[in-house]
Design a protein around this ligand. Structure first.
Ligand code: SAH
Length: 563
């Protein structure tokens, strides 16, 4: 086979990125915009040793899952990769994608399971029940957020729309089928205002021009709309005229902000945001909880499905009102506040300071006084907190990390803290599978996995997984135990962390931390608290536990007859 050969291919499978896979003779080809059941005439565009890429020229026989294209730009705009696939087939594809990643990356046997049956994970801890992906009734106009690039096309005309797949050429598009219909109207108002007042769009090559992107957000329950212009500069003339026009033309227009981003590159938002009109944020409600949303804050883009997703997370958490919970990667506190209604205490941590301000404000707005939020990296804040509070029992930990998943240090700390359940919300099932595998190494089993379709028409899928502390013993080892050697009274003795620390201070003259003690106790098999499962990884040595400290702690443990 050579490049530019014309071949006939029957597509039999899909990649996780939504490309069709079929064979030309015995040679596998990846062909964009095709799906299983299609037979296409394709041109070979690229060849590797064992596979190649093709472009469909003609559909000779259409898959039963193929539906007419609704958006004329679908193939050029990189956004909706599987728009021509029937929605039910999209959901099947997403369920399979999650199953495949759990199997391929996590090494689990991921079994499609009817949620009504709710079978446990059976006798084999590697078997994970995956429920069918929950879809939307109307999988269009579901996004509450758009970040629309502005520029000039080859003819020099002012355009806004979307970047073409894998490039920065802007395809003119004001009316996207995924965003609220009024967004097109807002973009036309902004464009007209730019033309009327000679305001230039940003040009990537020359780094000249002012308006880079327009960020739009809408509260689906409140109807409030936020408009934020992202500028390559600090000054915006005629902002009052834009404000007047938006007020006059856009129902629900609530606030206008400017964000300053003078750096080249792909990052959309810069560090500084200024209010021009209104409060600088909008509000929305999710399942009755009110949220304040600023331009920088992360807020799930599909509010209808978010209620379902976080509803599942809450259900998986199984709260009774008595629990203490950590919500890692908490953003503006969405999951935290869902949990706060049903838990005794909720701690949240998030890296973006503005989001934590919003989280605190959201807790206040909703009258929750049982939440506490921390700014910082989950992998730093959680271990430090645990070091300070080694005896405080944490019942549930929820995590909702970005695509790259959880930091290892964060997973290790979860393993040390041994909550009853971990609820993992993920936007990338590949890193989810990796992290679930790691958590099973700390004595957890994956009870169930529920994919939820937050991003209809695209290949992305959101997933919520429940892990619980492993109850079943899979293997056991026979040990001979001579009662005469055992000092049963000593085994009952327990010194507190304070006593151990003070004893070391007196006898060795240095300070050890609670985490030092906890880790050394764990190392020699002392239970930290009842039912504490030991992490299986042996490399969990605290960086602060020097040989000297460890020996002092061991001496103290011997002195108090704990070992
Ligand atoms: N649960 C939240 C946000 C989930 S998105 C919600 O539903 O709204 C992931 C969040 O993790 C983002 O807000 C991002 O800012 C934050 N984040 C990224 N890296 C982090 C880290 N290392 N530690 C804590 N938060 C982080």
């Amino acid at each position: 086979m050579k490049k530019n050969d014309i071949v006939t291919v029957t597509v039999t499978d899909l990649t996780t990125e939504g490309e069709g896979i079929g064979k030309a003779g015995a040679f596998p080809l990846f062909i964009k915009d095709t799906m299983p059941g299609d037979t296409v005439r394709a041109v070979v565009t690229k060849l590797k040793k064992n596979y190649g890429y093709g472009k469909a020229l003609e559909i000779l026989e259409a898959s039963g899952d193929r539906v007419p294209m609704r958006c004329p730009l679908a193939r050029r705009c990189g956004g909706c990769q599987i728009e021509e696939m029937d929605y039910k087939a999209q959901l099947r594809f997403k369920t399979r994608k999650v199953q495949n990643n759990l199997a391929r990356i996590g090494g689990f046997s991921a079994v499609l399971t009817d949620p009504e049956v709710q079978a446990g994970s059976g006798s084999d801890t590697d078997t994970v029940p995956v429920f069918p992906c929950i879809g939307m009734e109307t999988p269009w106009h579901y996004r509450n957020k758009a970040q629309v690039p502005f520029g000039r096309n080859k003819q020099g005309e002012l355009v806004c729309g979307f970047y073409a797949g894998r490039s920065h050429d802007i395809i003119e598009s004001e009316d996207c089928l995924l965003t609220p219909p009024e967004y097109g109207h807002i973009l036309r108002v902004v464009k007209q205002w730019m033309r009327d007042f000679g305001i230039e769009p940003y040009q990537e090559e020359s780094r000249k021009g002012l308006v880079r992107h327009v960020l739009l957000r809408k509260g689906f329950h409140t109807g409030e709309i936020l408009v934020c212009l992202i500028l390559n500069g600090r000054r915006l003339n005629h902002a009052d005229a834009l404000e007047t026009r938006l007020k006059a033309e856009i129902a629900g227009f609530k606030t206008l902000s400017l964000n300053i981003n003078e750096k080249p590159g792909n990052t959309i938002l810069g560090p500084e945001t200024r209010q021009i009109y209104g409060p600088g944020y909008i509000e929305d409600t999710l399942s009755g909880v009110r949220f304040r949303i600023s331009p920088q804050s992360f807020y799930q883009v599909n509010p209808v499905q978010t209620e379902i997703l976080y509803g599942k997370a809450l259900e998986f958490a199984g709260l009774t009102g008595e629990e203490t919970v950590w919500d890692l990667y908490c953003g503006i506190g969405t999951i935290s506040l869902f949990l706060a209604e049903k838990a005794r205490k909720v701690y949240g941590v998030e890296i973006v300071p503005q989001a934590i301000e919003d989280a605190r404000e959201n807790a206040r707005l909703n009258g929750f006084d049982n939440t506490e939020f921390f700014v910082g990296k989950a992998e730093e804040v959680l271990p430090a907190w645990y070091e300070e509070h080694p005896e405080e029992k944490i019942d549930i930990i929820t995590v909702d990390p970005p695509r790259k998943g959880c930091d290892e240090k964060c997973l290790e700390t979860i393993g040390l803290m041994q909550p009853e359940r971990v609820v993992y919300v993920s936007c990338d099932s590949a890193t989810l599978a990796r992290d679930l595998k790691i958590l099973t190494g700390y004595g957890y089993q994956v009870e169930k996995v529920q994919p939820v379709d937050q991003f209809c028409q695209t290949v992305e899928v959101e997933t919520v997984a429940l892990l619980s502390k492993l109850q079943r013993v899979k293997h056991h080892i026979n040990v001979r135990f001579d009662l005469e050697e055992a000092d049963l009274t000593a085994a009952e003795t327990k010194a507190t962390y304070d006593e151990i620390r003070n004893w070391i201070q007196e006898n060795y003259g240095f300070h050890v931390t609670n985490l030092n003690i906890a880790k050394t106790k764990k190392k020699c098999g002392c239970t930290l608290r009842e039912n504490h499962n030991l992490p299986k990884s042996e490399n969990s040595k605290s960086p602060g536990t020097t040989k000297e400290k460890e020996e002092a702690i061991l001496a103290a443990l011997r002195y108090f007859k704990m070992i």
